[in-house]
Design a protein around this ligand. Sequence first.
Ligand code: GAL
Length: 475
Amino acid sequence: MSLRSLLIGLALAGSGFSLVSQDGQTGRLPAMGWSTWNEYECAINETVILEVAELLISLGLKDLGYNYVNIDDCWSDKSNQRDNGTGRIRPDYAKFPGGIKHTADEVHKLGLKVGIYGDAGDTTCGGYAGSLGHEQIDAKTFADWGIDCKLHTLYTPHHCSPLLDLKYDNCAVADEWDDEYRWWPENWLGGPPAEDQSAGGDGEARPIPAPAGYDWTTSKSFTRYKTMSDALLATNRTIEYSQCAWGHAHIEQWGNATGHSWRMWGDIYPEWYDKHQYSWGIMPILNHASFFNNDTDFWGHGDWDMLEVGNGNLTLQESRSHFALWAALKSPLIIGTPLHGIEPEILEILSNKELIDFNQDPVFGAAAKPYKWGINADWTWNQSHPAEYWSGRSSKGVHVFALNTLNATQTKAIDFAEVPELDAEAEYTVFDSWTGKEQGNFKGRYEAVVESHDTAVIRLIETSDAGYGASHYQL
Ligand code: GAL
């Protein structure tokens, strides 16, 4: 058995590229796991990480697929950033007394994977060491920490699995690395075809329109992310590469050539409509996703940011919608809430097997797509009322998501003639994805009473095949 599981380069897939992994596994499906950032920010240490690892197991989340424990920003030594001799980033030994390798080994012993965080600039967003200009040494350091095959094979005897994710952020980019043209989605107002960036910020954030047909792989953003991609490829490890470029430089057009996922927007915040400093609520992000969901498929996933389920001001209904729609978008499902003392109803949302199965389907790789906006005319750009009706196919049937963006309970009608995957004439057996319960057989239309900001999720199987479907989902 080879201990070397290497990323291999660019394999052409359709019109785009695809960075496939030689292990035939890493990055094929959206990543699942937990990350420190949304709730702990810089208040992290080995104890936090190891407690989470234990809880992922004892709460049953690991068995559902949540297998990455991701250490986000603030893990390294802020003042003494690199070792003078080796040039390697120095961990913060107050937070991680045995270094990151020790923490990683402990996580690996539990059969879980580790994620680490870096930045394609001079510093991370928190002001810790960045990797621009240090890509080779940093990739090697991360690879050295990421894997201990001897240990891991105790738990999965078949082969030495990939154990590392690198989230690569986009802060502190020096002027000489500025893109010639500037496209930041948060400045993107009005929606196509009336794209208007004139409300974009001043100075650094000011949009600089690119000529029609501009090839964004000639941008410096592409070069910065590709340089780290090449450095990761040159290590003898398979590393899942999560590019956190916030949708800049149209990364959805090239992120699959350089990595496995790409952040599509600024930071998420546990609010429904609002914006908080540089972070955004669920609806503005979903509004952008209503227009940019076509680039996700096997091996490459638009990342709509880590989950806020259970955090901040989100109601239970809002947490349900957030989880259902992120699963539908095939976004990485990275839990961002503390696990100790987690409320049972929040755990239940994160553990919804039907939604996880849609997100992780082995046969259908594309994200769900909106088929109707609902409140607004189709293709209306609106940060409070994005597309409400979404559908997609999985190996377990057709899935329909109906979001209620209004402040009162609504009856949402799912008209089969409007759903691209359904046949208006056929009879379907409908399952409620929240309860797993069969709702009966329906022709033409299904109606669901949906509380404010909640999402009805149903799975439909042609009634003639329904025995198959029922036996596949017992929640
Ligand atoms: C942001 C990133 C967040 C988090 C944070 C850490 O740029 O989008 O997800 O990683 O930096 O400072």
